[in-house]
Design a protein around this ligand. Structure first.
Ligand SMILES: O=C(O)CCC(=O)C(=O)O
Length: 247
């Protein structure tokens, strides 16, 4: 929270999708975020899905201020991350209550098992995704399940599941850290080798560059590893004119 408070004024001046430039890959330069992403309770759950060898490919904060219009359109991460095979799971870790009223994440069960849906880029100003990407066909919202969490709880979601979230209509913030875990056999389609952290087990594949975890908190913008990770992700994932963030 102190990190968010420190950058509160700057964050408020940015569009939701621009805010995220401050909020990506903080596990690479903030020790306390690293401690969250490598917490044994989180990794035990991830291990049930991915097996004993686990790497953090990315992490992103998704903060919604009280009465914030920011939302996340329905989308499938698998469409634009370029990661195969889909041995990828996101732990969405709540640092505030996450409820229907303050815009909790919602998923459409079973959609990770059906063919990927077409997606379009809207660049909507209140959309928290960097290109405002959204599913281009109708999503049956009556099937949506709310992932209601208390602070300290987390959910896991598959890279291909249809998910999104609405605005924050409450007087309290909604803060979540989305941590993207992969198993080391995953390959990325971009030209750059992304920087990852090995948080459990071993990496017999060498598909990614394994970075060292931070041993202390470093100021935002002053960590060479963080800057490098942001640039590589942007070069892999974003069109040249929109390299503000990686999602
Ligand atoms: O925080 C949200 O509401 C959406 C998060 C999300 O899209 C993700 O974790 O992939």
């Amino acid at each position: 929270m102190s990190y968010c408070e420190e950058h509160n004024e700057r964050l408020h001046k940015l569009l939701p999708r621009e805010r995220r430039a401050f909020l990506n890959e903080t596990h690479l330069f903030l020790r306390w975020v690293y401690e969250i992403v490598s917490h044994p309770r989180v990794l035990d759950a991830v291990e049930c899905v991915l097996g004993p060898d686990i790497m953090v490919w990315s992490s992103q904060w998704f903060p919604k201020f009280p009465k914030d219009k920011a939302f996340v359109s329905w989308h499938q991460d698998a469409t634009y991350w370029g990661l195969t095979p889909p041995n990828v799971t996101t732990a969405w870790i709540a640092l505030s209550p996450s409820t229907r009223e303050n815009g909790c994440m919602r998923v459409i069960p079973g959609t990770h098992k059906t063919p990927h849906l077409p997606q379009r880029e809207t660049y909507g100003p209140d959309n928290m995704l960097s290109r405002g990407q959204e599913i281009a066909v109708e999503v049956n919202e009556s099937e949506a399940v709310d992932l209601i969490l208390r602070p300290g709880e987390f959910s896991l979601h598959h890279i291909a599941i249809v998910h999104g979230s609405g605005p924050n209509n409450a007087d309290i913030p909604r803060i979540g850290l989305a941590v993207r875990y992969i198993s080391p056999d995953v390959v990325q389609s971009g030209h750059e080798r992304d920087l990852v952290l090995l948080v459990r087990g071993k990496d017999p594949y060498g598909n990614f560059e394994v970075a060292n975890p931070p041993d202390r908190d470093i100021a935002c913008g002053e960590s060479p590893i963080h800057n490098e990770a942001l640039e590589r992700k942007a070069r892999n994932l974003l069109p040249k004119d929109n390299r503000l963030s990686d999602k």
